[in-house]
Design a protein. Sequence first.
Length: 607
Amino acid sequence: MAPSLIAALRNSHTSLPRWLRLCATCLALVPGGLLYAAENPTPAIKVDQVGYLADSPKFAVVSASAKTFEIRRSSDGMVEFQAALGPPVFDPLTGDTVETADFSPLRLPGTYFILIPGVGKSWTFRISGNVDDHAYYLAMRAFYGQRCGAAVDLGPEFPGYAHAACHLHGEFHPSSGKTGPRDNLGGWHDAGDYGRYMVNSGVSTGTLLWAWEIFGRNLGPIQLKIPETGNGTPDILNEARWNLKWMLAMQDTDGGAWHKQTSEHFSGFIAPEQDRLPSEVIGTGAPPYKSTCATADLAAVAAIAARVYKPYDPQFAAQALDAAERAWRWAEQYPDVTFRNPPGITTGEYGDFNCADERLWAAVELWRTTGDATYHRFFLKGYAPYLASLDSPPSANWSSMAPMALRSYVLSRRKDADAEAMAAIRARMLTAARAIVARTAASPYHVSLQAKDFVWGSNGIAAQYGMDLLIANEIEPNPDFVNTAREDLHYLLGRNTFSLCWVTRLGEHSVQHPHHRPSADGKQPGPWPGMLAGGPNAGRQDVVLAALPPDLPPAKIYADATASYAGNEIAINWQAPLVFLLAAQLHSEMSADGASTGEQAGKRTRN
Ligand code: G3I
Ligand code: 9MR
Ligand code: ZN
């Protein structure tokens, strides 16, 4: 029987007698189940190894010469769908010539693989109405794994993935303008290193809080099995608060915030609790010691926190607002104190030489929270030169906060917003989103990334494009925006030139050797789960990438190797837009009451 006929029989649930559908299953079992079970998957067939939402477009990519493909059920090899591949197309970003396998019509929930006779079979994937729930859970729990200053234990799902309270010996570095010991006050390890950095914490925590504000209805009931679970506050907010606590503690009595808290140099590849290098609060080395970018980021994030936590903990919300306002005033007084590593400090710098965009972001968030016209005026005076930042989002988002400032203005939906500013930002955002849609549709790998995006953390940039599109969808609902965002997720979860799922412990072929100290201390059989690796980087700033062949196209400059910190590290600022993207895929039907905050009661689209 022809596979397409089998599929047609199987899919026609109601119209055919059960015996005929069973018969189709029996016929399919022989060629599929017996012949292909033992075969190893081929990287030439690239699928999202987590899967595809049942009602969405479904593309796989094939880098081998073939004409047709089959989708088979993984349980018994039965053919569910068969179609022609698209024409071969050359992809300059990877140097691959690829065809698209479009199986959008297949909506039947199940676990499948793609089979191309003569080429091989793909890794498996699911089709389901809630395909990304587990990915969201793992990606959010990755933040829990990054907690500093407390014991962490992932429990029976990942036995042995635990660490004792770490970095308990803290002190003020002379560059901070203070001396003496310092308690560990929480926060997340930034990345594969054990530093905590305000600037990167700002964008990451802000992104998670936005995920809550926009997709809260989907997220409210999801339990992350963290120590706070069940305390009445949604877990995404419980987890974000762990980092907020540290950020708030980085504020000095004058309102300014120190730039970072790290050891003097990076520790070796040891477990966090084994790292006994003192954890130093590090400043600029000269009065006023705090940095403007760190302080303005704190103002922005604390202002968001003030509105988001209000229904759950009004006292904490008030504390956050007070911190935000004090930080704002400090940054007014010191608008351009930038940061460079002081002598003797070699950990990450997150040095940003212009903090005007961070202040713009702080102004919008404070205005959204308080309605105070002072912040609004500040924004209106300063936003126009940044409109262009929406056209082609910058490659380092931790240093370029203007797009978040502008988007936040539109997301506010406030009645006192300036009509002209609103219209200008909306138009620019929507034009940019349409351009991303168009170029993704033209991309052989169906991904939004361009050649210029293959820098340190390119996977974070792919996730950010998805986030930009989803925010555009909040402004003007458009299925193209939502579907294109999902294409970027498919790229991250396996539909890429390496056929690699870039999130650890997700899918059947995922990153094994992230540059992540807790994963590489040799105690566990595999990496800590749920973490997004940095991805291909044409900057090649480590020995592994530098040693790759010189003529590689940008999207190929990657190796799954622990030593590759410029390509295979993980970081909270790439993780947060991944969470945002995943949060958008979850279904609101799962939600309990009270998940939404005041602002988000407005229009939303669900997919
Ligand atoms: O944007 C430019 C681009 O125009 C240029 O063509 C390209 C050439 O290489 O460089 C691009 O800038 C790069 C930038 O990342 C892009 O995001 C810089 O070269 C590169 O040095 C910079 O790397 C940063 C890296 O720290 C080194 O400072 C990464 O953004 C940043 O994510 C990373 O952060 C580290 C922390 O320092 C320490 N903790 C781990 C964390 C993640 O690796
Ligand atoms: O492990 C460090 C990583 O977390 C940083 O992102 C990266 C860039 O700042 O640096 C890594 O540390 C390397 C150091 O810079 C150079 N010597 C090798 C270190 C990693 O083994
Ligand atoms: Zn720690």
